[in-house]
Design a protein around this ligand. Structure first.
Ligand code: NAD
Length: 356
């Protein structure tokens, strides 16, 4: 088959890790008989330098015409002085909106070889960890009405959390569909003891669950969910939650794994279209030094193959290749503990591609 992929290397370590991810993607193409036609476009700081705009129209057009988008990371100190609405990170909000990416999928998994990297005690993680956080990405307080007003306590500012039934229904369906392919357990996280928007959230998620009789549904308040994630993370399979709660809980879940350079993510639109990227940023402190771990971006390629292109054998091949290289005790500096074979970004990518 032939597929069109829009590629946004971005800034900092972005171009280095994307180069390795494309090496693996093309190796998958050779092995399984697919052609991946990749078109590279600009976003973030690189786009500001070249065009004055962090998200040029050409980038949006190329992404919309592609089957999927692969992104490195954007941002860096060079552009930190720009006003908020002109900063490289604005490109991410713009792209999510333009492409209708309403569902953010963030797996938090622990590879047995890296169990020591977790800040949690070994007995809490015995048997491994595999959580999928499904975060609503285009609604809620980050996109709600906002403003300022005078009060008798001085100037005040407000941001409104609002969810429609339709927004909750579509993200809940994504979560239940994912659970059907996993361990058939959804935990919906809200603050229904306090917030009206959460009460609507809980009611709609419960309604959607009726279409998925095989999936067990629990509800947790967000404060309890934050506690349970460090106390007993193995109780979770799929967690579904709002934009702001998901922002916080998915970062917490990723920290449990202890290795930011290993975690991929997907942002999905209606249908199969999606954008795939590592959860980490552009790591300007190690950019251009051949020190970045490309595994999170390579695993993002795995998610792209699985969720947008429906190629599960190919996706399994990518995940197994990363596992095999870890089992061979090959480590980039972020994972190196002193006794393994230390390699740089390019060598790590080459070794993973070799295992496909
Ligand atoms: P960061 O994730 O870039 O880096 C945090 C720490 O993790 C750094 O010490 C970095 O060296 C390390 N790290 C990150 N990825 C790594 C990898 N693949 N291999 C090895 N080590 C890795 O977060 P930050 O420092 O807060 O942000 C840096 C820039 O990235 C900022 O401009 C920020 O706005 C931007 N950012 C972009 C995205 C994105 O593009 N999606 C996400 C987060 C941050």
């Amino acid at each position: 088959m032939e597929y069109k992929i829009a590629v946004i290397p971005g800034d900092g370590i972005g171009p280095d890790i994307i180069e390795q991810a494309l090496l693996v993607l093309h190796k998958v193409g050779d092995r399984f008989g697919h052609t991946f036609t990749c078109q590279t476009v600009l976003a973030g700081g690189a786009a500001i330098d070249a065009t004055g705009n962090c998200l040029p129209q050409e980038t949006i057009d190329v992404c919309k015409a592609a089957d999927a988008v692969l992104l490195g990371a954007v941002g860096g100190p060079k552009w930190d002085g720009l006003p908020g609405d002109q900063r490289p990170e604005r490109a991410l909000l713009g792209i999510r909106k333009e492409l209708g990416l309403f569902a953010n999928l963030r797996p938090a998994m622990i590879f047995p070889e890296l169990a020591d990297a977790s800040p949690l005690k070994a007995e809490i993680l015995e048997g491994g960890l595999d959580i999928l956080v499904v975060r609503e990405l285009t609604g809620g307080i980050y996109f709600g009405e906002r403003g300022t007003r005078e009060t008798d306590m001085g100037p005040a500012a407000y941001d409104v959390e609002m969810y429609s039934e339709g927004e909750v229904r579509r993200i809940a369906k994504v979560a239940f569909d994912m659970a059907m392919k996993r361990n058939k357990h959804v935990t919906s996280v809200d603050k229904a003891n306090v917030l009206d928007s959460s009460r609507l959230w809980r009611r709609v998620v419960t309604e959607v669950s009726k279409d998925y009789p095989e999936v067990k549904l629990d509800h947790l308040y967000v404060d309890n969910a934050a506690m349970q994630l460090v106390r007993n993370p193995r109780q979770f399979d799929v967690i579904v939650t709002s934009n702001i709660f998901g922002d916080i809980l998915s970062d917490e879940a990723s920290q449990i794994t202890g290795s930011i350079g290993m975690l991929p993510s997907a942002s999905l639109a209606t249908g199969n279209f999606g954008m795939y990227e590592p959860i980490h940023g552009s790591a300007p402190d190690i950019a251009g030094q051949d020190k970045a771990n490309p595994a999170a971006t390579i695993l993002s390629v795995g998610m792209l193959l699985r969720y947008t292109l429906g190629l599960s054998a190919e996706a399994d091949a990518v995940e197994n290749a990363v596992r095999a290289v870890l089992a061979d005790n090959i480590r980039t500096p972020d994972l190196y503990t002193g006794s393994e074979t230390l390699v740089g970004t390019a060598e790590m990518g080459r070794r993973i591609a070799e295992k496909i």
